[in-house]
Design a protein around this ligand. Structure first.
Ligand code: PMP
Length: 309
């Protein structure tokens, strides 16, 4: 089944969505992107796009920082994505990648006097961290501060640092890197937020610890409170707390809730999936597939329901 893109204001086969090597964003990292999952529900023969509006709000926040002007509202962006997903017609888990970028074919480091453009494409995509429990390592590569590259929005250039961390980790035999902020506190994975269970409470780095405030992070905070009665404390996290916590997991659109079994060769808990982590994994998996009626307002259906005769 072919993938499609929304490109230069029309829907085209993905293979036809091509940009010039002169494109400004390709040289200077001046783009913002999103990663959105569409989760296939086999019983309902439906794909649910998870928290679509929140993703596009974050995309437009990134545009505001990078001075990218798009002629679209959050509603327009949501509508285009649903149309694009319908056009693709996949019957499996999908991944939506919107990209707003400095599009002039011109060299020179700047944000001003450069045209802007927007594209979004969809591909089928299964597991991102392809293990049941992840072995992690603290990276020597640090997360930029808000005064270097603002981490609270998904700026493309930011990900060069995350790629340094990820590849070092993977090529050293780990599944994911945990990055610290420049002041030495735990920040996040290369593409995930991080949570620890300490003395019956969930702990996660705060936005002032130079993290991307993840949409999965927000969902997990709400699910932990509403479904398990567990509060989450957002605060600076010391590196040693990683080694001492009872449970640890990563959250992200791509990674869902991924349990962490080991950090820097230290076993976390019993080295398996922690009790609370397992419960959150289960409730999150139901919610994103549209199987929990309480959270259907987080789920945008792609396909129109067949009328029942
Ligand atoms: N941190 C980073 C650096 C990320 O790239 C991501 C993935 N978007 C996340 C956290 C998790 O964010 P979300 O849950 O919104 O996907």
């Amino acid at each position: 089944m072919p993938s499609y893109a929304f490109f230069k204001n029309q829907y085209v086969p993905l293979a036809e969505a091509k940009i010039s090597v002169m494109t400004s964003a390709l040289h200077y990292g001046t783009a913002v992107f999103e990663g959105i999952r569409g989760n296939w529900n086999n019983e309902q023969k439906q794909i649910y796009l998870f928290r679509l509006r929140e993703h596009y709000r974050r995309l437009l926040n990134g545009c505001q920082v990078l001075r990218i002007r798009l002629p679209y509202t959050v509603d327009d962006l949501c509508r285009q994505t649903v149309e694009l997903a319908q056009k693709c017609g996949f019957e499996e888990d999908i991944y939506v990648r919107p990209l707003a970028y400095k599009s002039s074919e011109a060299l020179g480091v700047r944000l001003h006097d450069i045209a802007d453009d927007y594209t979004v494409f969809i591909i089928p995509w299964g597991r991102y961290i392809d293990v049941d429990t992840a072995r992690c390592t603290v990276s020597s590569w640090q997360c930029p501060t808000d005064n270097s590259i603002p981490p609270q929005v998904k700026i493309m250039g930011h990900y060069a640092g995350n790629a340094l961390a990820k590849s070092d980790a993977v090529e050293s035999g780990f599944d994911e890197a945990i990055m610290l902020s420049v002041d030495g506190y735990v920040a996040q994975g290369s593409g995930e937020n991080i949570f620890l269970m300490i003395a019956g409470k969930l702990i996660t780095p705060a936005t002032y610890n130079n993290i991307l405030p993840g949409i999965t992070r927000d969902s997990v905070i709400k699910l932990a409170k509403n479904e398990l009665g567990i509060e989450t404390i957002e605060r600076p996290v010391d590196r040693s707390e990683l080694y001492l916590c009872e449970e640890c997991f990563l959250t992200g659109t791509a990674a869902h809730v991924t349990p962490v079994s080991e950090i820097d060769h230290r076993k976390i808990g019993n080295g398996g999936i922690g009790e609370i982590t397992g419960k959150l994994q289960k409730v999150y998996a139901e919610v994103i597939r549209g199987d929990n009626p309480k959270y259907l307002d987080w789920c945008t259906p792609v396909y129109k329901k067949q009328a029942i005769a």
